[in-house]
Design a protein around this ligand. Structure first.
Ligand SMILES: Cc1ncc(COP(=O)(O)O)c(C=O)c1O
Length: 450
């Protein structure tokens, strides 16, 4: 049935989406030339209807760590469907959720003792906020500026991106933010001893900001001394993205709460989870009456659980943690070499295969650059993303709104050759985009487009 539908309506992707879902988004994709008709996907590649291969440096915003359409995860899903497993009994349980919880807890510090499954990252964050409040009897939540934790109201109240907040307020009371990396500010925020949790991404997804040395360890210590739960959001950094299974391992952290999602199902099925310490569990689910104080109908469904089990096995069997660390180092090496060649490149940073290149006004000074930034901040990164896609067939993204930062989150099955080609493509695009006349032209075009 699906094959017939896809054949019969082939090529209508964008028109149909515009008609029934989101015409404004389709206008954006058409304007920047991203309106390809996609035919199939495999590993780190997307193929359009004309047979062109694109390197996916975006990785579905980080949900395809194990590669797109991973055959072993697909096999596990098909097997589960064929088995007609008795999932989601609701007043009864099946085996798969317990198995996935066991596998997750095997791979995390002993401090984490229980898992609450969710169907997305933002829902895992909501769970952290709610359970954190109930377990501590406190209401305040502290997070960091420039953070991203999802788009439901609680997660949005913790997040730091004004673009997503405007028009949707008022946000939840009791939330405040401190600069990422600033322990003194955190100490001031926590010392009143009324903060339920401090929520932090170990590497901020928006901008790919790495924590300064000692920051996360210091934050954990401050949380412990102030009775605040230390909550680490691993929705984007988890499952080998940064060269460790979880990013907190880089600093030997032992959080009280950890949120996961995205790549846990290999990108096939919505899934997420909140890993929590025993005291958090005990503080919330403290009686028979409170045994189902939080949850969601679809969360521990058998397909999501099967995909999770298969993904964890795939990360192990394919050595993706080590691969992410090794290829991430190679990507840094290849792209740092571009810093000397192109004045607009200010910094290249990353951890594992979470990578970014930040642009800035050339040191020699550029009126055109300043003009362009005044038109629309972060525009230069957009102007790199577009030719990377249209000319070099590389799908990438700007790291958040208004940032002159190009970001890469490729599936971890990417090869060294892919990365070399990516660096070559970037070199070519920067050589053209970075020329003063070109920057001036782009600034002018940006001005006209407004
Ligand atoms: C760190 C972080 N937390 C939470 C979320 C929200 O996850 P979801 O989009 O699955 O709701 C994201 C999504 O990008 C994220 O990067």
């Amino acid at each position: 049935m699906i094959r017939e539908l896809l054949d019969a309506r082939a090529g209508e992707d964008y028109d149909l989406y515009a008609r029934g879902i989101n015409p404004q988004f389709m206008r954006v994709l058409k304007t920047i030339g991203f309106d390809r008709v996609w035919a199939r996907a495999e590993g780190q590649y997307l193929y359009d209807s004309e047979g062109n291969r694109f390197l996916d440096m975006l990785g579905g915003f980080g949900m395809f760590n194990a590669g797109r359409n991973n055959p072993r995860i697909r096999e596990a899903l098909m097997e589960t469907l064929e088995l007609e497993t008795p999932g989601s009994v609701q007043l009864g349980v099946s085996l798969l959720p317990g198995l996935l919880a066991e596998e997750l807890l095997k791979r995390t510090p002993a401090r984490l003792a229980r898992v609450l499954f969710t169907s997305s990252g933002t829902e895992a964050v909501e769970a952290a906020l709610k359970l954190g409040r109930a377990a501590t009897g406190r209401t305040r939540v502290v997070s960091t500026e420039q953070s991203f934790h999802g788009l439901t109201l609680g997660a949005l109240s913790a997040g730091g991106d004004r673009h997503f907040v405007e028009r949707f307020g008022p946000l939840l009371p009791g939330f405040s933010q401190v600069p990422f990396g600033d322990l003194e500010a955190l100490e001031v925020a926590l010392r009143t001893e009324d903060v339920a949790l401090f929520l932090v991404e170990p590497v901020q997804g928006k901008g790919v900001n790495l924590p300064p040395a000692g920051y996360l360890e210091g934050a954990q210590e401050l949380c412990r001394s102030c009775g605040t739960l230390f909550a680490v959001d691993e929705v984007q950094t988890g499952f080998a993205r940064t060269g460790k299974l979880f990013a907190y391992e880089h600093w030997g952290l032992e959080p009280d709460l950890v949120t996961v999602a995205k790549s846990l199902s290999g990108g096939y099925i919505p899934v997420g989870g909140l890993l929590m310490s025993q005291p958090v569990y005990d503080g919330v689910f403290d009686s028979l009456e409170h045994s189902v104080s939080h949850g969601s109908t679809f969360a521990p469904n058998d397909l999501a659980m099967a995909a999770g089990l298969a993904t964890l096995r795939e990360l192990d069997d394919a050595g993706l943690v080590e691969r992410s660390a090794r290829l991430g180092a190679r990507l840094l090496e290849l792209t740092r070499a571009l810093t000397d060649e192109h004045e607009v490149v200010r910094e290249v940073r990353g951890l594992g295969l979470m990578w970014a290149m930040e642009f800035g006004e050339p040191e020699s000074g550029s009126v055109a650059w300043r003009l362009m930034e005044r038109m629309q901040s972060g525009l230069f990164a957009q102007l790199v993303v577009v030719p990377l896609f249209t000319k070099h067939r590389v799908l990438s993204q700007v790291a958040g709104h208004d940032l002159p930062v190009l970001k890469g989150l490729p599936p971890l099955v990417v090869t060294e050759q892919d990365l070399e080609e990516f660096a070559g493509a970037l070199d070519d695009v920067l050589a053209k985009a970075g020329r003063p006349t070109r920057v001036a032209g782009l600034a002018l075009r940006a001005a006209r487009a407004r």
